[in-house]
Design a protein around this ligand. Structure first.
Ligand SMILES: NC(=O)c1ccc[n+]([C@@H]2O[C@H](COP(=O)([O-])OP(=O)(O)OC[C@H]3O[C@@H](n4cnc5c(N)ncnc54)[C@H](OP(=O)(O)O)[C@@H]3O)[C@@H](O)[C@H]2O)c1
Length: 249
């Protein structure tokens, strides 16, 4: 049973929820009748606008600021969630940094920024949420990337960080299986968001021609998979990463 009670839906925390794929996931959970925490780092206006629109005065969605690479901020985020909604059922680790650089152009700050957000952030949010997740029934869903499995030149560090997310997913699933908590990931191909604006401008036609389903992926294409992984129907799946790229790989 939901730690936060069933009558008002589950309590779902979505990092990176202010825009892009995360905003699509937030909209899907809200439409399905759940209460949602829209976690943002810098885009306060976007996060508050989205939470306000979906709440429509009911308080069912709130926007909370946190840098997921900051352990104290993550602890405050989870405390605010539990104080506001009385529990936490589903964590979606969607926030991420996706900048590409070739080997000769990398420096320490670049590598750290990617690993801090994509790997450390996933660990910190999962760790802070864990004591509050229902056992059995808790759900952790990570957003990896198809580039974890097929790096392109210049995506290597980003790809490596997402390969780490795939492995965290597998390992945490083994660790938490005995508590009835599932951990899964989605690995999207190119999805049309701020993160891919430049690449779609430069290589959009080529990406389209490589995509058997014949269109560019949208946030909703990922949100539906995340909603399934959070549902009771997905209760026998754990440790897996679902590649969702329109058939490219
Ligand atoms: N778009 C794609 O083609 C694609 C493909 C595969 C995987 N992914 C993955 O999907 C996820 C979402 O991507 P997207 O395309 O929606 O990206 P996006 O539009 O660039 O949004 C990134 C989100 O992550 C948040 N964020 C980044 N670093 C953060 C930090 N340290 N603390 C808290 N929040 C942080 C941002 O918050 P603020 O705006 O508030 O700073 C923003 O909401 C990422 O993990 C990305 O790697 C995307």
């Amino acid at each position: 049973m939901s730690a936060a009670g069933t009558s008002e839906g589950k309590v779902v925390l979505v990092t990176g929820g202010s825009r892009g794929i995360g905003a699509g996931i937030v909209r899907r959970f809200a439409a399905d009748g759940h209460r949602v925490v829209v976690v943002y780092r810098s885009d306060r206006d976007a996060a508050e606008r989205l939470a306000g629109e979906l709440s429509d005065g009911s308080g069912r969605c709130i926007a909370v600021q946190a840098d997921i690479a900051d352990a104290a901020a993550v602890d405050r985020l989870v405390a605010t969630t539990v104080e506001t909604f009385g529990g936490l059922d589903v964590v979606v680790n969607c926030a991420g940094v996706g900048t590409y650089r070739k080997l000769g152009e990398m420096d320490t700050a670049y590598v750290r920024a990617i690993f801090d957000a994509n790997v450390l952030g996933t660990v910190l949010v999962t760790q802070a949420a864990l004591p509050h997740l229902p056992s059995p029934g808790g759900r952790i869903i990570n957003v990896a990337s198809a580039l974890a499995f097929r790096p392109i030149p210049s995506s290597t560090v980003y790809s490596a960080s997402k390969a780490a997310v795939v492995t965290l997913t597998h390992g945490f699933a083994k660790e938490l299986g005995g508590r009835g908590i599932t951990v899964n990931a989605v690995a999207p191909g190119v999805i049309e968001t701020d993160m891919t604006r430049t690449i779609l401008q430069e290589r959009g036609e080529q990406i389209l021609s490589m995509t058997p389903l014949g269109r560019i992926g949208q946030p909703d294409d990922i949100a539906g998979i995340v909603a399934f992984l959070a549902s009771a129907e997905a209760g026998w799946i754990t440790g897996r990463t679902i590649v969702a790229d329109g058939g490219v790989t």
